[in-house]
Design a protein around this ligand. Structure first.
Ligand code: SF4
Length: 360
């Protein structure tokens, strides 16, 4: 079924689409990498990461044979590191099980680690021209407004309704352009606040515009408050080096490096919690020294305040077993290791504090 709004939307897209490296050259590998990077992240942020990643891992074979640490290092700062770990795992599957060809169907793509319905729809439509509609945040916003859907968009039935309705329209047009036109309209025109209805290609048939309901749609009921944790970490000094530890692959932020520490228990002083955590984690007894700073950071499901301190070893060095996941490194060599975003923020405080380290 073709419809007036589809033609108007596609003409608008052809005149207004932004240039993006994966859009200008939509080979399956590029589309896949870009879609993994674009989850929860803006296009402008992704472009330099994408270009660096493709320079470093130009083909799926290069990605499959890379060390996970190198992949994480290239991803450092983009957040949601499980995406990078899954990408690496999936690259190995593509090389080993699919003769280095990324599967093309919506169903087969979803057998790969890290590729869910949204990502599979984007890849199969953009790289292979299969008529599967993408239903992401932009689509929820544009089409609950356009069709006047007042159900809470967290409900699975809303995704199902949008998928079914859009499936009817995508069949008769270029699937890649159809999905990208909707995403582009959501990003540039039908924005969360102050949508530019006067410039919108969907304006003529839009429910929200005619009923003045743009502010009320989409309906998203309030989520429970995000939990907050107080964390302490210690930069334990030994000569001119500091102890860093690698997180287990199975943990959140797995494979990244951090400083020993952990959560502060109820009623515990920060220094007390830090000594306890370091003792439990690496069996060192330390004296907690100067505070380096407090870093606030938000993850998808919780927030942290991370208090960082310099620490001196008092005893236990003989118990410390250095391994692939525990190393003494110079502050100037931190950049050789992938660290989570909260630690990256800490490094800014460190440039002052490390001067203190060298004078102590
Ligand atoms: S007319 Fe306004 S509310 Fe409707 S889709 Fe366009 S920008 Fe969104």
């Amino acid at each position: 079924m073709n419809s007036g709004w589809v033609s108007t939307l596609l003409s608008w897209y052809h005149s207004n689409k932004r240039s993006m490296p994966w859009r200008d050259n939509p080979i399956p590998y590029y589309v896949w990498i870009s879609e993994m990077m674009l989850q929860q992240t803006q296009v402008a942020t992704v472009i330099p990461y994408f270009n660096r990643f493709i320079d470093r891992f130009p083909t799926v074979e290069k990605l499959a044979e890379a060390d996970l640490q190198d992949v994480l290092k290239c991803w450092e700062g983009l957040g949601y590191y499980s995406r990078a770990r899954n990408l690496h795992k999936a690259a190995k599957c593509v090389v080993e099980d699919h003769q280095s060809w990324l599967p093309s169907s919506y169903e087969d793509l979803q057998t790969l680690p890290g590729i869910g319905p949204y990502c599979a729809a984007a890849i199969t439509s953009i790289a292979y021209q299969n008529p599967v509609p993408v239903v992401d945040g932009n689509v929820f916003r544009v089409f609950t407004r356009f069709w006047g859907i007042f159900d809470d968009i967290r409900l699975p039935k809303v995704r199902k309704v949008l998928f079914e309705k859009l499936s009817v329209y995508i069949k008769d047009v270029c699937p890649s352009d159809f999905n990208q036109a909707i995403m582009e309209c959501g990003a540039l025109v039908c924005t969360p606040k102050n949508p530019s209805c006067e410039e919108c290609p969907l304006a003529c048939d839009c429910f929200a515009k005619s009923a003045h309901k743009q502010v009320e749609l989409p309906v998203k009921l309030k989520a429970p408050p995000t939990p907050h944790h107080t964390i302490v970490v210690g930069l334990i000094k030994h000569g001119d080096k500091v102890l860093i530890a690698k997180r287990k692959e199975t943990q959140m932020l797995g494979g990244l490096w951090e400083f020993p520490g952990g959560k502060v228990e109820k009623g515990e002083a920060l220094e007390e919690a830090l000594s306890r955590e370091i003792q439990e984690e690496v069996r060192l007894t330390v004296s907690v020294g100067d505070k380096i700073g407090v870093i606030k950071h938000a993850y998808s499901h919780f927030k942290i305040s991370m208090h960082a301190f310099w620490c001196e070893v008092e005893s236990g060095l003989e118990n410390l077993v250095l391994s692939k996941s525990l190393k003494w490194v110079k502050v100037s060599d931190f950049s050789d290791y992938p660290f989570p975003k909260a630690n990256q923020k800490l490094f800014d405080c460190l440039s002052f504090s490390s001067q203190k380290m060298s004078t102590k």
